[in-house]
Every structure is written in structure tokens, then in C-alpha cells.
Design a protein around this ligand. Structure first.
Ligand code: URP
Ligand code: ZN
Ligand code: ZN
Ligand code: ZN
Length: 456
């Protein structure tokens, strides 16, 4: 069957133009001013609507311990919100083979509604791990993730980071880094608790911008020494971004990501009563509002390459509530896979902070290029997968937990009115959302065997 999306305003990272799009066997096969439908064609009417490449969310924690979204509910939420591919993290056990861990995650991901890949988290460095890392690329996993915080469970030290980045870089694997100085943060936390400072407000004050910037600068310097590409996840503040800017100027293969929560929310949410504030505990923490403009400008200028959700669906009851007497016991992380596309469209394009082309670049094209998916994903072009989102800019909606597919018992953006409503979502030509109704089938998503890193 042939599908034609008629008369939409097609947006790519380069152009915005009116066109019809022809889809055959899940792939875009023609883009032209007028494609005449014939009997038996499936026609989607997109007059006065935008047609975007599907969002690619490269920072998700589906099926993590303590979270309530697995690959089925999480990718349903993603698809409902315009995300057609994700790259999820794996969660390794110490001593386990990295490749065995990957196979476990490939099993967990099978119920997905949309296509998925993995970044392998590496939380130890020894001969076995260093031997296994290059094999990941053979398996289509061309990125790893390292943590500079969360001691004992995830954190690696500087020498380990150097060795892993170097080994990864030589194999065409880009290293994601969670950059916060975990050692000093742990000390600040115990100082705060010993003074009786136990509320979520102190989550922010014990993880200051200074210590995000310090770790960011260190990660970038180590990547430079290793001559390896590095991707700093969830950049939250001006000081950290400054480090990225300086490294880029030195020629480091450095890229930065930010998340909607840092663009839209701020640290005042952490000063609310526990029932509210605990929901907003993520790391790095929400920052002073002044950072928002810096981050938006970073996206507009290209200093920040991507936006991603960092979706961690920690429920309030049985999750966030565990830290009622001690903020350090609140599981870190924010749900956001369902609203990222809408929030960036509304606060970015609708409110005039970024262009339509930039919107496509940061939500789709740049993630696809950095993580080895382009041009199969990340654009609307002949031969590309028909992963498409039709959005009606004339309509608006109010974000609420009562209408979401995410499994959390709250939504961080409750009551926020966003301009732009998604009317259709196609994944490889299949309608997952049709006139706003969800039609997808679980298990149709495919593993994304990604290409090795190439500098962009
Ligand atoms: O607070 C966060 N971001 N939790 C998820 C894990 C991580 O650090 O990315
Ligand atoms: Zn992180
Ligand atoms: Zn994360
Ligand atoms: Zn408005």
C-alpha cells in the first residue's frame, strides 16, 4: 500500500517547504509539490500542519530499577508524544560481561512500539571490559556511558575514564558522560545532613553548578588527551556550558545535550513542600532560572547539539516518597519522554526562541548524526525511514497526568498549556497515532544497529 501525506509544511533541519510525501514499504519514496492519489492509496491530509521527522530521544532510562515505565509503556508514551526512536541505557552489574548485559537489554526491549538502540553504561574498567568495548560496535552499539558521580554503583575515576574513552574512540564509539564531581558532592551531602538539612531544597545546594562545571571541564580534558569524541549529557547550567564552548574552541570532539526540565523548570520547584518538590529531584538539579536563557541560546547557536528527556519514571508513592526525611534517599530522575517534543515546540518554536529548522536539528537530525542513524533516521528525504510527525500548530492542549501514557502518578508540567497538537505519528510508514488516537502494536519496534561515530 502507498501512503501519501498531502499538502503539509515539511520541515527539515535545512528547509521548510510545502510538499506531498509518498511512502512505500515504510520508506519515503517521493517528495514533490503534488502527488496525485489513485484508488487504494492511503491519504493523510496535512493542510496547514507541519510534517517533522520523528523525534529521536537519545537519553532514556526505560525499565530501570525503581522506575515504572518498561519498554512497552515507555515507548507508547514516547510515540504518543512524537518520539519515533530512542536510545536507552543499559544497567550493568559489576563483573558481568558487557555483551551479555547488552543481550539482556535486547530481550527487555522487545515489546517496544518504536525503534530502539542502546548506550552501554560501563561502571568498571579492567582488561575484560577494555577488550569487550570494541565488540559493542560490531553489535551496533556505538556509544558508551560513563558516570563521574554515584560512587560505588556507577562512578569511574579519571584514569578509568581515560582508558575507556581512548578504547571507545579508537573503535568508533562515542562516550556519553554524566559530569558531576561525585566525591565532593557526597561530602556536601553528608555535611548538609549532619546539620539537619534534609529537605529537597538541599538536593540543589549540595550539587552546585561549580561541581558540574568542574567535572565537565575534566571530562573534556580527558577526552582531549584520549583524542576521543565525547558527549556531555544533561548540561544544566551556564558554567558547564562555558567548559563545552572552550573545549570546542580547542578542537575537542565535544558535544552537549540539554533536557526540557532545565529549559522550562527551575530550582524554585525544589523549595516547595515535599509532596511537590520531591518529584523534581534529578541530577544535575534544576537550576536558577537565569540559566534557561543561556541554554536556549546554546541550542540556537549550535553550542548544544541535542535535547533529550532523561526519562526516569520514578513514581511518587514507593519512589520519591522514600526521601521524606532525607533528600539523599529520593531516587534521582524525572519523567519526560511523552512531552519533550511538545515542550520544545511550544517554548522553542512557538515562543520564538528557535527556528523550525533548529527544532528539527535538535530533536532529530543531530541525535541521528551523532549516534550513527543518519540519514535512515533524522530527516525527511527519499530513502529515509518514514518516521514522521504531523503537528497542528493551530491547536493547543494542557499537559496533565490524567491524559498521559507515561506510568508515573504525576506529570512535572501539570497544567502547562502548549500550542501545537500532534495529529499523526508514523513509524516506518505505520500509523501509531491517527487523528490523535493511538493505534500502535507492541513489539513492532526494531533494534537499531548503529553506525560508528563520525565527526559532525
Ligand atoms: O537524575 C537523573 N538524571 N537520573 C537519571 C540517571 C542520570 O543521572 O542520568
Ligand atoms: Zn545522568
Ligand atoms: Zn540519565
Ligand atoms: Zn502561546
Amino acid at each position: 500500500m502507498r501512503t501519501i501525506i498531502r499538502n503539509g509544511t515539511v520541515a527539515t533541519s535545512a528547509d521548510v517547504f510545502k510538499a506531498d510525501i509518498q511512502i512505500i514499504n515504510g520508506v519515503v519514496t517521493a517528495i514533490s509539490e503534488r502527488i496525485v492519489p489513485v484508488e487504494g492509496d492511503h491519504v493523510i491530509e496535512a493542510t496547514d500542519q507541519y510534517v517533522f521527522p520523528g523525534g529521536i530521544d537519545v537519553h532514556t532510562h526505560l525499565a530501570f530499577p525503581g522506575t515504572v515505565d518498561d519498554f512497552e509503556s515507555g515507548t507508547k508514551a514516547a510515540a504518543s508524544g512524537g518520539i519515533t526512536s530512542i536510545i536507552n541505557f543499559t544497567d550493568p552489574k559489576k563483573g558481568q560481561s558487557v555483551l551479555d548485559n547488552l543481550r539482556e537489554w535486547q530481550e527487555k526491549a522487545k515489546p517496544s512500539f518504536i525503534d530502539y538502540g542502546f548506550h552501554s553504561i560501563i561502571n568498571e574498567c579492567n582488561e575484560r571490559v577494555l577488550e569487550e568495548v570494541p565488540d559493542l560496535a560490531e553489535q551496533g552499539v556505538t556509544s558508551i556511558k560513563l558516570f563521574m558521580a554515584y560512587k560505588d554503583h556507577l562512578m569511574v575515576n579519571d584514569v578509568e575514564m581515560y582508558k575507556l574513552m581512548k578504547t571507545a574512540g579508537e573503535a568508533g564509539i562515542i562516550t556519553n558522560v554524566h559530569a558531576e564531581n561525585g566525591d565532593v558532592i557526597d561530602q556536601l551531602i553528608s555535611d548538609a545532613l549532619s546539620k539537619g538539612n534534609t529537605t529537597p531544597y538541599f538536593h540543589a545546594s549540595t550539587r552546585p553548578c561549580l561541581l558540574e562545571a568542574e567535572a565537565t571541564g575534566r571530562a573534556l580534558a580527558i577526552a582531549e588527551a584520549a583524542n576521543a569524541p565525547v558527549y556531555i549529557v544533561h548540561v544544566s547550567c551556564a558554567e558547564a556550558l562555558q567548559q563545552v564552548e572552550q573545549a570546542k574552541k580547542r578542537g575537542v570532539q565535544a558535544y552537549a545535550e540539554t533536557c526540557p526540565q532545565y529549559l522550562v523548570l527551575d530550582s524554585s520547584y525544589l523549595a516547595k513542600p515535599f509532596e511537590e518538590s520531591a518529584k523534581y529531584v534529578c541530577s544535575p538539579p534544576l537550576r536558577d532560572k537565569s540559566n534557561q536563557t543561556v541554554l536556549w541560546n546554546g541550542l540556537a547557536s549550535g553550542l548544544i547539539s541535542t535535547v533529550a528527556s532523561d526519562h526516569s519514571s520514578i513514581p511518587f508513592e514507593g519512589g520519591k516518597a522514600l526521601g521524606r526525611d532525607n533528600f539523599a534517599k529520593i531516587p534521582n530522575g524525572c519523567p519526560g519522554i511523552e512531552d519533550i517534543f511538545s515542550l520544545i515546540y511550544h517554548f522553542g518554536v512557538h515562543e520564538g526562541r528557535i527556528s523550525l529548522q533548529k527544532f528539527v536539528e535538535i530533536t532529530s537530525s543531530a541525535p541521528a548524526k551523532l549516534f550513527g542513524l543518519y540519514p535512515k533516521k533524522g530527516t525527511i528525504a527519499i530513502g529515509s525511514d518514514a518516521d514522521l510527525v504531523v503537528l497542528d500548530p493551530r491547536l493547543s492542549r494542557v499537559i496533565s497526568k490524567n491524559t498521559q501514557s507515561q506510568s508515573t502518578d504525576y506529570n512535572l508540567y501539570e497544567g502547562t498549556k502548549v500550542q501545537g497538537v500532534i495529529t499523526y505519528v508514523l513509524s516506518r510508514g505505520e500509523e501509531l497515532v491517527q487523528e490523535g488516537r493511538f493505534l500502535g502494536k507492541p513489539g513492532r519496534g526494531e533494534f537499531l544497529h548503529r553506525k560508528r561515530f563520525k565527526k559532525i
